[in-house]
Write a protein that binds this ligand. Sequence first.
Ligand code: MN
Length: 761
Amino acid sequence: MVEDKTTNISISHIRINLLREFQAPPVAPPKVTGIEDVIDLLEKIGIPHDKKQIYRAYQFAKEKHKKQTRKDGTPYITHPLNVSYIVASMKLDTTSIVSALLHDVVEDTEATLDEIERLFGSEVALIVDGVSKIGRHSSKYTYKDAIQAENFRKLLLSTAKDIRVILIKLADRLHNMTTLGWLPREKQIRKARETLDIYAPIAHRLGISHLWGDLSDLSFYFLKPEKCFDLRVQLYFYLRERAELLDEILEALNKLLANYDVTINYRVKRLWSIYKKMEQKKISNINNLYDYVAFRVLTNTKEEAYAILGLVHGKWQHVPGTIKDYIGTPKENLYQSLHTTILYKGKPYEIQIRTYEMDKIAEEGIAAHWAYKEKGSKIKAIDKDVMKLRSRWNSWISSFLDLKDELTDPKEFFNLLKIDLYTDQVYVLSPKGEVFAFPVGATPIDFAYRIHTEVGNHCSGARVNNVLVPLNYKLKTGDTVEILTSQKASPKRHWLNLVVTSKAKSKIKQWLLREEKEKAKAIGKHLLEKELENYNLSLENIKSDERFPEYLKSKGLSTLEDLFVHIGFGKISTQSIIKHFHKEEKKLSKILQKAWGIVEKSFKKSNQIILVDEETNFLTYFAKCCAPIPGDKIIGYITRGRGISIHRIECKNIRNNLFPSEKFIKVYWNQEYNKKSLFPVKLHLELIDKRGIIASVTSILDKHHINIGKLNADAMRKNVPPGRGYAEIVIFVKNTQQLTDVIKNIKKVKGVIKVKRLSGS
Ligand code: MN
């Protein structure tokens, strides 16, 4: 049997103790027996408090909960008592401790909010209300997801009014997580998942790293019990083996920094973050992981921190790429520190260097200082950081709730909350100095829609820090954003690729849909009128037809306008309408069938490659007169009854103003079109009349894998100067790019004088 050197107890015996220790949750609840423990703690850490008020709240809660017990059999009051202890250890004020003691009385007993307000004041009542769930009966919903979403919304709303709401909720959750073992397995998993998805990220965002760590580790323990156990055992032995070495490094650091007033220690990283790192790097043995432990050097000033980094680098070699300056660029939750990884006896170790104040923010975040307790006192750097964190948090909440107001699906609300909590944020300012939070990657368009839907819909440009920027500019923290608007500006389809917030996305989609419908309506009306004309009918005939209401109903439509829209989108053919209403349809149908067939065919062929004002679904076809190919500058013309014909803007018919201008419509090549269609182009060649020249030209085409549709070299002998010839070739190309390439290469053929694209095909 292997003997343990230090204790002489057999390893197997240690293992039994370890087994017990590592089978328990990694974070134990505070051992609180009575309210005196809370008061003692407050006294110990020197927090001014109102003892009488705390006692009163305790007595009230104890009385109200007296008939209830926890799942572990203890009186219910142990829960609020423990929560108040956690709140006290976070150094919060009396109002917070009182609220923590009372946090469950409204939800779980017959006590009312009015009673709380009367006895303990409106601040406490607001906080207690904030942490209380919506009563099952007062909820609009009956199913679990919806109620959960509704509760989160309420929690966030109250948090915006008083940040203490979320701090108490986190303490509440922490205590519940430490005692989760008493609940059924299924409930453990649900609570742990929710904690990991929502509460731990909230703690992280607020910068309260100890809460984040405790909540994450407890979730890990309940979600993946075996993995958690395994990791704890591995860590235990690993640290024991290295204890001496770690102390050696500590000593070396102390010696190196003897001239500085520093505090140096090291700590093992949190189980959850070690586990995540191992998963990420796909390693199962902790021996292969180096950043499981971090040395921490605390000093007085920023300048000293940088100087210490220099000294450390002078003494030990560092691993390239591991220096991180979070002092120059603080993390989103205002974490500030210098990180480096040095090599000691060939093994890497992380060293974090920061000031005492930075460390306080890194550990306690938003709870680092209860700013409004000392209103008159001088504002210190730490207060500024805390205030900054608060305003970031509030602007995140308001932005989140703002866009989630429109979400009716609770599942989507919950999912977006999860995503929002995990995505990093940028904080930008309006010209008036208001702070707005956005997910990373947001653009001025997101900003415009945040201000107001109308601002978004008429956004024509943006200035960031007084400089004009393109609309795809990615906002950065600290940017001051000013939106330029114009009545003429309107949302474009490609904006959908530029925005990241759901509000902007849904508003742009709404607008585009409305526009698309308007256009479809006009086109549909026109097509139907034209078709009716062919039968000597009018819209009036149809509208007054007794079969009309029944017809609409059968198509699932309610108005004539709806019918126009459907015709415009090509969902209902005008011919089918004629068939329905015209008695002599049979006689005419053959002729019509033929005419319609053409439209139908061209519709199918082109409907996806051409966008009408950036929309799809319109009937379009390519005009024969100028035969456009992808890449050409094009314009649409609303024809009578055949949809929209697509012309090149160079087209003679367009140039000569043969068409009334109000019938023109903007069209685009669909950039997302992915079919490999080929388009005919007619080329005119001027050549030196010599043998084999046509063969040289066709061999070039062959090299380009271009098919020839028609080749006409007869012209070579008619009306041409001696020694010259002409040829006309119809070739099939993908787009203008390919056409330009092939023309360039034909021109290189010896004897080719000129190559010209003709307008038709
Ligand atoms: Mn509770």
